[in-house]
Design a binder for this molecule. Structure first.
Ligand code: FAD
Length: 317
């Protein structure tokens, strides 16, 4: 079922989760072990992230090094199919521009359609770790809006090869990313919002946000979106802060602010377990306030911490 249908039919705030594919070599059971405890909350869907390959230097037998492309977390499409089969719940794959040309993307979308997947979250992706800025593959999509337009074209039966006219159309519900604290490359929030509106005007059905720890930033973002004429549902992405290290890591990697009140509480903690309790309680309060605000869905990034998410959701629903 489409995300927009889930939202339209909901009688209460929905819950959804996001998982990362396990590191290469791990079994699908690691995903089930991660999700099993969370299934009691009857999530409406589960997102599965996509990870591009990274360049690595591997030593050859003659002692020289060769550059190889390694995908550390492959399997997004397979995990989506496994989740749908195992739990009878919708799975939402993330699809990214980075690392794919448009033909590869078209093939992937055809696979997803054959698997009965109704939704995709269309993203640009980031630059590989060893590169300063994002650049598309030759023949690949440059921005999320270009990928979105490719999916929309397929929804209208328009394939890359114009002579393909078999009448086959996909029918994906398409989500895009939004940033309550601005995407780090955008010069200012107004320009970032302009590009977000372009994505919605080009056919995005809903927006899913980057994590944030200050609800006021989300409320201001929603207000700015509505003032700009964006009417699509806006789903908050939520994550617990679980260690002192994250006080510096999360702002650096995800470009989000940590409120002083939360960082002060975390700084007082003596153990990781205490940090987890503070982070969980903060997320409970955030979630309750967002629910009261009327968000359609509370979407939790589970990121290896399903027990904390379990603790939080139990107190929220
Ligand atoms: P875009 O919408 O393309 O925006 C990128 C930047 O370009 C922004 O600064 C924007 O303001 C600007 N911009 C947009 N359109 C234009 C234009 N036409 N001309 C000029 N500038 C423009 N990454 C992954 O690799 N895998 C994942 O699974 C993944 N999941 C994510 C899930 C969520 C909910 C979020 C919020 C992010 C996720 N990311 C993921 C990270 C995401 O790929 C990065 O944040 C990336 O840097 C931007 O992606 P985007 O789709 O927002 O890009």
């Amino acid at each position: 079922m489409k995300i927009t249908e889930h939202i339209a039919q909901a009688k209460d705030t929905l819950i959804s989760f996001e998982v990362l594919p396990p590191l290469k070599g791990k079994s699908i059971n690691s995903i089930y072990e991660h999700l099993d405890p969370l299934m009691e909350f009857k999530p409406s869907w589960i997102n599965v992230t996509y990870h591009r390959s990274e360049s690595m230097f591997k030593k050859k037998t003659d002692g020289t090094f060769e550059k190889v492309e390694v995908r550390k977390r492959p399997g997004t499409v397979g995990i989506c199919a496994a989740i749908m089969n195992h739990y009878q719940v919708d799975a939402v794959p993330h699809i990214i521009c980075g690392g794919f040309n448009m033909r590869e993307t078209e093939d992937a979308l055809i696979d997803l359609n054959f698997l009965g997947i109704d939704n995709v979250l269309a993203l640009r992706g980031d630059a590989p770790k060893n590169e300063a800025s994002f650049s598309p593959e030759p023949g690949g999509n440059n921005y999320a809006i270009d990928l979105l337009k490719q999916v929309t074209n397929l929804n209208n039966g328009i394939y890359l090869d114009e002579d393909i006219q078999n009448g086959g159309k996909t029918d994906f519900c398409i989500g895009v990313a939004g940033y309550p604290e601005k995407h780090f490359e955008a010069p200012n929030p107004e320009i970032d919002l302009r590009y977000l509106k372009e994505k919605v005007d080009a056919g995005a059905h809903y927006i899913m946000t980057q994590m944030f720890f200050d609800n006021q930033k989300f409320f201001a973002f929603v207000e700015a979106c509505r003032a700009a004429g964006i009417t699509a549902p806006i789903i908050p992405g939520l994550k617990p802060l679980t260690s002192k290290k994250q006080l510096s890591v999360l702002p650096r990697i995800f470009h989000v602010d940590i409120p002083t009140e939360l960082s002060n509480e975390i700084m007082k903690c003596k153990t990781d377990a205490e940090c987890e309790q503070v982070g969980a309680e903060w997320l409970v309060q955030q979630s309750k306030e967002l629910k009261q605000f009327g968000v359609p869905v509370l979407h939790y990034y589970t990121l290896g911490k399903p027990s904390i998410i379990h603790q939080v959701v139990q107190k929220v629903i």
